[in-house]
Design a binder for this molecule. Structure first.
Ligand code: HEC
Ligand code: CU
Length: 319
């Protein structure tokens, strides 16, 4: 680090094809620019004032066939490149099936990272090489953008919205991490590093980190301390749905719609409970907007997700 890199390393699966597309665009655009500039020059000389070049009508095929031909050919070429590039972006938007889920929260002016085992780091992201990482991104304040040039990956991080980025590092090493969205006076200081380790080194690194509670344990504690359990569990007088098995399943709503309980739904249920009211229940849940920070929301969501995966009777449910 420190020195200026002239040639950016290609350290992820996406890097090579992204560079290929950029190079392709540069070559095609250069050729077309050269052609146009060359013709301008040739015509300027050939049809200069006083030259004897013919200035009569052009043959008919010139107006129709040639014009149509090059418009379609160049248009088609660029649409093909667009389709190629878009297909990669679409593939990136599909959450990977089997992936290590790492959470990152952007706030003015740092990146807070949390690994599935509860290990935390700030402005550093340690990753295992050759594996697929599902990076789950949230912002605590304004729009940030998680940018790793060596991976050719950039994803906006928007407050009130969960975005994900699939990362597949292919080379061990240390790479730069930037915030690529102007986010306030110290935006330029919001930089960090991504350290890609071999699988063994990554496992070692995880094991020497201070013990943190894993996310769902932390979420469980919040669930009790923030009073969620008071309504959602046990012999509460209030009628509220139990949350075991909710995650990932369909939820029938009071207005007749049915939605899938994904991260975004859980998040909205906590922040804007009146938006999607579960069928058969009164809209009495208070909004927790402003009362929970991003880290707490992520932890609560992780806890509710863990309830969905386990057997309903195996949860620490009723006190
Ligand atoms: C005053 C009681 C009360 C409190 C406190 C409360 N809830 Fe709720 N919650 C409800 C009720 C009632 C519903 C069902 C109606 C609705 O969807 O708004 C609900 C719905 C939900 C749902 C959607 C459940 C489903 O089956 O789709 C989630 C998720 C949820 N709450 C999470 C939480 C979390 C997390 C907390 C704590 C931060 C919390 N709730 C605090 C009463 C409460
Ligand atoms: Cu930022």
């Amino acid at each position: 680090m420190g020195e200026i890199e002239i040639i950016l390393p290609q350290a992820s699966v996406e890097a090579g094809s992204t560079d290929g597309k950029l190079l392709g665009l540069i070559i095609i655009s250069s050729l077309i620019t050269l052609l146009v500039a060359g013709l301008v020059g040739i015509f300027a000389i050939r049809y200069r004032k006083g030259s004897k070049a013919s200035r009569g009508r052009l043959p008919a095929w010139f107006d129709s066939d040639l014009e149509l031909g090059w418009t379609l050919a160049t248009g088609g070429l660029f649409v093909a490149i667009f389709a190629w590039a878009a297909s990669q972006d679409f593939a990136l938007a599909v959450p990977p099936q089997r992936a290590t889920e790492v959470h990152a929260v952007g706030k003015q002016w740092m990146w807070k990272i949390e690994h599935p085992g509860g290990q935390r780091e700030i402005n550093e992201l340690h990753l295992p090489v050759g594996e697929t990482i599902d990076l789950v991104l949230n912002s605590q304040d304004v729009i940030h953008s998680f940018y790793i040039p060596a991976f050719r990956l950039k994803q906006d991080v928007v407050p009130g919205h969960t975005t994900r980025m699939r990362i597949r590092p292919t080379r061990t090493g240390t790479y730069r991490l930037f915030c690529a969205e102007y986010c306030g006076s110290e935006h330029s200081a919001m930089i960090g590093r991504v350290v890609v380790l071999s699988k063994e080194a990554y496992a070692d690194w995880l094991s020497i980190q201070p013990e943190g509670d894993d996310l769902s344990t932390e979420g469980r504690q919040l669930f009790v301390s923030r009073g969620c359990a008071g309504c959602h569990e046990g012999s509460s007088k209030v009628r509220a749905p139990r949350l075991e098995g909710v995650f990932g399943g369909p939820v029938p709503l009071a207005d007749g719609r049915t939605v899938t309980a994904d991260d975004a739904y859980i998040r909205d249920s906590i922040l804007q409970p009146k938006k999607d009211v579960v069928a058969g229940f009164a809209p009495i849940m208070p909004s927790f907007a402003g009362a929970l920070d991003e880290g707490e929301l992520v932890a609560l969501t992780a806890y509710i997700r863990s309830l969905g995966r386990r057997d309903a009777t195996a949860t620490g449910g009723t006190p």
